[in-house]
Design a protein around this ligand. Structure first.
Ligand code: IPE
Ligand code: IPE
Ligand code: MG
Length: 246
């Protein structure tokens, strides 16, 4: 159906879904229209990632820093989140998608949190794509929260500080698991905006000028095709033969 080589797809794709407001303003709409259309993009991108058998899609939906936005925009986004969670349940079930979430979820309004918990519970038995929503998420906040857990364990005498290593930190992040292979950012900004700071140390980065509401399945394929052509080295050498060092 596509020219994508399944062996060269990322197993974990993470996306900074940016540009909802700019897209809306370019069309002469209120910013909120961009968020609404952005929710539709989540459905099409998730369905395609499930069809391609990706293991995980992590979407930056609302940052810890987005609480600085005007109260009316935040209220709109929280209502949209609640409606999205209810509306998308059948599609998630049909596509065998398992919903999870990372972030300071206790910051969410009670009604949105309740629908989130319901969707997580309802989809927990699905074995396909893990759709992970980053909500009230900050990369530094996540590392701070992991440090607190480690400090408590050391104080309780259940963790030896000398035994601390990278795996010990990773294991105390919001959702330990495979790090993203590919990080996509829409709307052209070349920054990380506090997303998955620990986990993206060796992610491949792809930036597109397309705003999130206009990020089509074709745009997704273009990002995946670009990723397929990358060489990942992790600080090592591609050709491990000693003579290649010279
Ligand atoms: C991304 O779009 C959605 C959220 C951050 C919630 P923006 O709302 O940041 O859109 P721009 O960047 O202002 O265009
Ligand atoms: C990043 O976008 C957060 C999300 C996509 C949820 P922002 O629009 O908040 O990022 P900045 O402010 O441009 O860095
Ligand atoms: Mg933005």
């Amino acid at each position: 159906m596509t020219d994508l080589d399944p062996a060269k797809l990322p197993r974990h794709l993470a996306i900074i879904m940016d540009g909802n407001g700019r897209w809306a303003q370019q069309q002469g709409f209120a910013r909120t229209k961009g968020h609404e259309r952005g929710a539709d993009t989540i459905r099409s991108v998730t369905t395609e990632c499930a069809r391609l058998h990706l293991e995980q899609l992590t979407l930056y939906a609302f940052s810890h820093e987005n609480w600085k936005r005007p109260r009316t925009e935040i209220a709109f986004l929280m209502r949209l989140l609640r409606k999205f969670l209810v509306r998308e349940r059948p599609t998630m079930m049909d596509n065998d998608v398992r919903l999870t979430a990372i972030g300071r979820l206790d910051d969410l309004p009670d009604d949105a949190r309740a629908e989130l918990d319901r969707s997580i519970e309802m989809t927990s038995g699905n074995g396909g794509l893990n759709l992970c929503l980053a909500l009230s998420y900050g990369g530094r906040a996540e590392i701070v929260d992991a440090c607190k857990r480690l400090a408590r364990e050391v104080a309780a005498g259940t963790l030896d500080p000398e035994a601390l290593d990278e795996d010990a930190v990773s294991a105390r992040l919001y959702q330990p698991g495979r790090d993203p292979d590919l990080l996509v950012r829409t709307a052209g900004e070349r920054r990380i905006s506090n997303f998955l700071l620990w986990q993206i140390s060796y992610a491949e980065i792809y930036v597109t000028e397309a705003c999130w509401p206009e990020f089509s399945v074709e745009e997704l394929h273009a990002a995946l095709r670009d990723y397929a052509g990358r060489t990942r080295k992790y600080g090592g050498l591609v050709d491990p033969r000693p003579e290649a060092v010279r």
